[in-house]
Design a protein around this ligand. Structure first.
Ligand SMILES: Cc1cc2nc3c(=O)[nH]c(=O)nc-3n(C[C@H](O)[C@H](O)[C@H](O)COP(=O)(O)O)c2cc1C
Length: 175
């Protein structure tokens, strides 16, 4: 199985990236093939319903999603939702999400926005029949220090989510 960890935060090496990075390390240390894709490293076109299709980044992102069975999306929480880069990424990549197994990591400022990923999770289930891991990791700013995840409970939850993604993906793809 192959795994893609998408960090949608556009603040380079922000808290959502720190969660994504730790998660990717967990996959790799467990012997899994995993890649970290930081959207802050790319010029991503807006989904305008037309010209984005021919943009090289669109094809690159579609190839990366299409090549894996399991995906973790790490996003900052903005206005009680995933950030707009995460939504735009899904809009420009589209059908390649079909039947993927997906988990979420959320970096927030406070502790009250923990339901914020539900709209995006619903859209992936309804549009692309993604299987969503029912174990989200939500971390407020107190879980981080010097650009790293320092809260031991959050670290454990990230490991648990990684392990669950492997378990779900392997089970669903076995014949
Ligand atoms: C435009 C904007 C909206 C935000 N909205 C929320 C919010 O609704 N709830 C929350 O807990 N934090 C909110 N925050 C705080 C971010 O979630 C927090 O700073 C997070 O660490 C950002 O992720 P990053 O470090 O990967 O950039 C918001 C921040 C910005 C800039």
């Amino acid at each position: 199985m192959k795994y893609l960890i998408i960090s949608s935060g556009l603040r380079k090496q922000g808290n959502s990236w720190a969660m994504a990075s730790l998660c990717c390390k967990r996959f790799q240390e467990s012997g899994e093939e995993a890649e970290l894709l930081a959207l802050s490293d790319h010029e991503m076109p807006y989904c305008d319903g037309k010209t984005y299709v021919d943009h090289p980044t669109t094809q690159l992102f579609r190839d990366k999603v299409g090549a894996v069975q399991g995906i973790i999306l790490a996003t900052p929480v903005y206005n009680f939702d995933a950030n707009s880069a995460a939504k735009n990424f899904i809009e420009i990549t589209g059908q390649v999400w079909e039947n993927k197994v997906v988990g979420f990591l959320c970096a927030a400022g406070g502790d009250k926005s923990y339901m914020s990923i539900m709209a995006l999770a619903n859209s992936l289930m309804l549009d692309f029949r993604c299987v969503i891991i029912p174990r989200f990791v939500y971390a407020s700013s107190s879980a981080f220090s010097n650009g790293a995840v320092t809260d031991a409970t959050v670290v454990d939850r990230i490991y648990e989510l990684s392990d669950e993604l492997v378990r779900f993906t392997t089970s669903l793809n076995s014949s």
